[in-house]
Design a binder for this molecule. Structure first.
Ligand code: A3P
Length: 293
């Protein structure tokens, strides 16, 4: 592995981000959203790509070919991301697109550019239970050669619990959007609910987007966005990202797509400490996140 490709973390208003995000932050902060734009917001590894594909499926009424028109990151650019060489960025892609645009972000709510709120944009926020999120993030950071070094699993878990990973504290992130869900146009959904009943959740998202879809279209969208369908779809599986960025000998982007994989990673002691910390830190904001035991 080429250690020199790894980035460091730097801070924006006290929240850690890859230094590439910080370097170009002024452009992100000034981004002008239009009222038809839709923001898909998540903490990293919560099921962002899955949500994006479901939304694109809904907006294109389950038309598989239309949804395969380009890779995910071209169809629904990543707002705050700039490549390490500075040559490609979410902002540059968005500026070439007409509204309505579907925009991905991992920004915590307090850092979402003001223009989204001024324009009254809709936001879909997906949360995933923190144990599977941190496991997924660990494997992602191991394989993503432009992310910071992970260190060992125990070190990584500690960083997650203390909000030291890129995009900051998972706890603050999920709480931030939860608290604003009624004051802003935020649909708050859960990865575990999507796994449990994708038809129900696709209908919820379609209703939020004010799209009337037939039963068979909804079924098509569910079939297009299963883990196995997305893993085989070159326009949804990030296979366009070069091996110099994603080291696929280490892990896959479409890795497992399961609820409960944390059990293969946490020791009994880590789980007990995590549970205790979770209870304390979430006590002021009880969100119905199903943490599988
Ligand atoms: P795992 O690493 O646990 O497999 P994001 O898109 O936010 O980066 O999240 C990636 C995680 O979502 C990965 O989790 C990935 O496998 C999972 N994922 C992607 N598409 C999915 C789908 N259609 N169904 C279930 N999980 C999916």
């Amino acid at each position: 592995m080429d250690e020199t490709t790894r980035v460091r973390l730097s801070h924006i208003q006290g929240v850690p981000f890859p230094e590439t995000v910080v370097k170009y932050w002024a452009r992100v902060e000034k981004f002008q959203a239009s009222k038809e734009d839709l923001l898909i917001a998540t903490y990293p590894k919560a099921g962002t790509t899955w949500t994006q594909e479901v939304v694109d499926g809904i907006l294109n009424e389950g038309d598989v070919e239309k949804c395969r028109r380009a890779p995910t990151q071209m169809r629904m650019p990543f707002l705050e991301m700039t490549s390490k060489d500075g040559l490609s960025s979410g902002i540059a892609k968005l500026e070439l697109m007409d509204s309505p645009r579907v925009i991905k972000t991992h920004l915590p709510i307090q850092l979402v550019p003001q223009s989204f709120w001024d324009a009254g944009c809709k936001v879909i926020y997906m949360a995933r239970n923190p144990k599977d999120t941190v496991v997924s993030y660990f494997h992602f950071d191991r394989m993503h050669l432009h992310q910071p070094e992970t260190g060992s699993w125990p070190q990584y878990l500690e960083k997650f619990m203390t909000g030291q990973l890129g995009w900051g504290s998972w706890y603050d992130h999920v709480k931030g959007y939860w608290k604003e869900r009624h004051t802003k146009k935020i649909l708050y959904i859960f990865y575990e609910d999507m796994q449990e009943d994708p038809v129900r959740e696709v209908i919820r998202i379609a209703q939020f987007l004010e799209r009337q879809l037939s039963k068979s279209t909804i079924e098509n969208i569910v079939q297009m966005t299963t883990f196995s369908a997305m893993r085989e779809n070159p326009m949804a599986n990030y296979s366009s990202i070069p091996d110099t960025v994603f080291d696929r000998t280490v892990s896959e982007f479409m890795r497992k797509g399961e609820v409960g994989d944390w059990k293969n990673h946490f020791s009994a002691e880590e789980d007990a400490a995590f549970e205790e910390h979770y209870r304390k830190i979430m006590a002021d904001c009880p969100i119905p996140i199903r943490v599988p035991t």
